[in-house]
Design a binder for this molecule. Sequence first.
Ligand SMILES: Cc1cc2nc3c(=O)[nH]c(=O)nc-3n(C[C@H](O)[C@H](O)[C@H](O)COP(=O)(O)O)c2cc1C
Length: 374
Amino acid sequence: MIFAAGKIGTLSLPNRLVRSATAERMADADGRPTPQLLSLYQGLASGGVGLIITGHMYVHPSGKASPEMTGIHSDELIPALAELTAAVHCKGGHIVAQLNHGGMQCSPEAVTGTLAPSAIAAPFLRQPAREITVSEINDLIQAFSQAARRAREAGFDGVQIHGAHGYLISQFLSPFSNHRSDEWGGELQARTRFLRAVCQAIREQVGPRYPVLIKLGVRDGIAGGLTAEEGLSVVAELESMGLDAVEVSGGIGGVRNLNVRPNIRAGVDEAYFRPLAHQARKVTRLPILLVGGLRSRRMMEDVLASGDADFVSLSRPLLCEPDLPKRMLLDLQEQSSCISANRCWVDRQGEGIACKCRIGVAHRKARRKGSVSS
Ligand SMILES: Cc1cc2nc3c(=O)[nH]c(=O)nc-3n(C[C@H](O)[C@H](O)[C@H](O)COP(=O)(O)O)c2cc1C
């Protein structure tokens, strides 16, 4: 089933493998993509993944999470972004832009003084955030919709709203970070208002046929955070918000253990958000993308065959081996060589993400072929 064609709204895809958004940190100070980023996307497209979702892109300067985050906040970036999409399309690939505002999780190197639904300081935040004003809320709703328009103009095949991992949209959804007493906070319906407004504003800009996806944090996994029950109620509403697909995720970025779990072993602790996807399937007719610890072809097939998800998304495995989809198609490889050591994060500002276990991977592959002794 992995290599069966699939559809997300009006977007036809050649297979069910998705590159989940992965912040590459390969843009210049203005948010302009570097040649390094272009070549990373070309490598993914040549490697056979059906859909590439970009690393998160900031829709407004106040939402820049890291100094090298890609921008989509200004019309000036459209030509450079168009070069990216053209590079992917000429390799036969498809690419969707992930739209984000970092809110309270923006690093001090990128933004001085962060915004959140309510003023907040927490051990995993690098700087305290102040409460966003209603006028700023309205500006940011427009910023998301203008970013979606730019994505369409730059040739992206769709957009994905980042509604997970403790960034601004998930901060609004979560009672951990949203203590507002006005119409933007309180009960779940009010905490969902910001997401609803963003979806509506995006649809007004891009029209009814342009693919709009969401990555949703269905549960925060921290004390006082969004529960799975609440997250699933949001999932149930997504179709009426005009969205075309949901990627099921969870956790808070600064607390990486739930979202980007370490040491995943194929066949043992794979697909850690599958139970949430299974529940989500009961409350939505939208296509579901499942991310989180998918490592073996057997597990991917099982997830798809069970109907728990329609697409499987991979982040770290495609950083490790961008050609994994092609190798699986050709029966050259049954599982990812990624050992989820979580060494792909940027250690030094300006270096961009990379799989630092690659040398180990090459060694293991050679050993399997018998050319290297252990
Ligand atoms: C280096 C790195 C950067 C990431 N950046 C993003 C991002 O920009 N947006 C996002 O939604 N998720 C991001 N994630 C999370 C992944 O998309 C994915 O949800 C998570 O890594 C689990 O999938 P995996 O086991 O296939 O890696 C990132 C993960 C890593 C390791």
